[in-house]
Design a protein around this ligand. Structure first.
Ligand SMILES: Nc1nc2c(ncn2[C@@H]2O[C@H](COP(=O)(O)OP(=O)(O)O)[C@@H](O)[C@H]2O)c(=O)[nH]1
Ligand SMILES: [Mg+2]
Length: 224
């Protein structure tokens, strides 16, 4: 049988003001290119990149707003199913930094509670035009307990690192959830074994103590 082309599929989103470099970051990460001539069409588009991390093949479907952020018309459908969000501002543009709170409200309103997100201060290659000090970006990220990177799609700084760390954080979350689920199923299995075991033994008119001892053995076998 043919091997499945991937083990996991993650939907990631890029959000932030128009012109901060979302499309450039997407192209840098998925195609390792930087071009100044992106055509921004109305509508939403995504790019796919498959990566391998911790022995898992992960297909990333990375959605990029295609200009509609200018009209504040990003709706729930854009956020639906997203497990990771890269919120981008431009370190040379104060407005884009001030809009972070507006984007946060948008994320809060439309994205799922479990979504993993990080803050990116893009265009860090333009030091001479910097308006937002690194410390300000760090502060916002610390307030929200999230990761923060200054990136440059142009000079290829921290782009791959940011995406991969986001995916790693999502993987950790997924991992701990599946551990929770398997512990829950184990718990349920043990519970039902105890109940059915007791019922059977009751029929044989054995005492509750012997029933408990037998099931303790079962528990030990499961946990050791
Ligand atoms: N210097 C510099 N310019 C960038 C960088 N990223 C994007 N740009 C430029 O910023 C402008 C807006 O980029 P774009 O990716 O279209 O932004 P979007 O509207 O957020 O998708 C374009 O002229 C890009 O060439 C970067 O890291 N450094
Ligand atoms: Mg764009």
């Amino acid at each position: 049988m043919a091997r499945k082309p991937y083990d996991l599929l993650f939907k990631l989103l890029l959000v932030g003001n128009s012109g901060v470099g979302k499309t450039s970051l997407l192209f840098r990460f998925t195609e390792d290119v930087f071009t100044t001539t992106f055509i921004s069409t109305i509508g939403i588009d995504f790019k796919i990149k498959t990566i391998e991390l911790h022995g898992k093949k992960i297909k990333l479907q990375i959605w990029d707003t295609a200009g509609q952020e200018r009209f504040h018309t990003i709706t729930t459908s854009y956020y639906r199913g997203a497990v990771g969000i890269l919120l981008v501002y431009d370190i040379t543009n104060g407005d884009s930094f001030n809009s972070i709170s507006m984007w946060l409200r948008n994320i809060d309103q439309h994205a799922g509670n479990d979504v993993e997100w990080m803050l990116l201060g893009n265009k860090c290659d333009m030091e001479s035009k910097r308006i937002i000090p690194t410390s300000q970006g760090k502060q916002v990220a610390e307030q929200h307990g999230i990761r923060f990177y200054e990136t440059s799609a142009r000079a290829n700084i921290n782009v791959e690192k940011a995406f991969l760390n986001l995916v790693e954080d999502i993987l950790d979350k997924v991992g701990s959830k599946s551990i929770c689920i398997s512990s829950l199923s184990l718990g349920l299995f043990v519970f039902f074994s105890l109940v059915t075991g007791c019922k059977k033994k009751k029929k044989k008119k054995k005492s509750m103590t012997s029933c408990f001892c037998a099931n303790q053995e079962l528990l030990m076998m499961l946990f050791l």
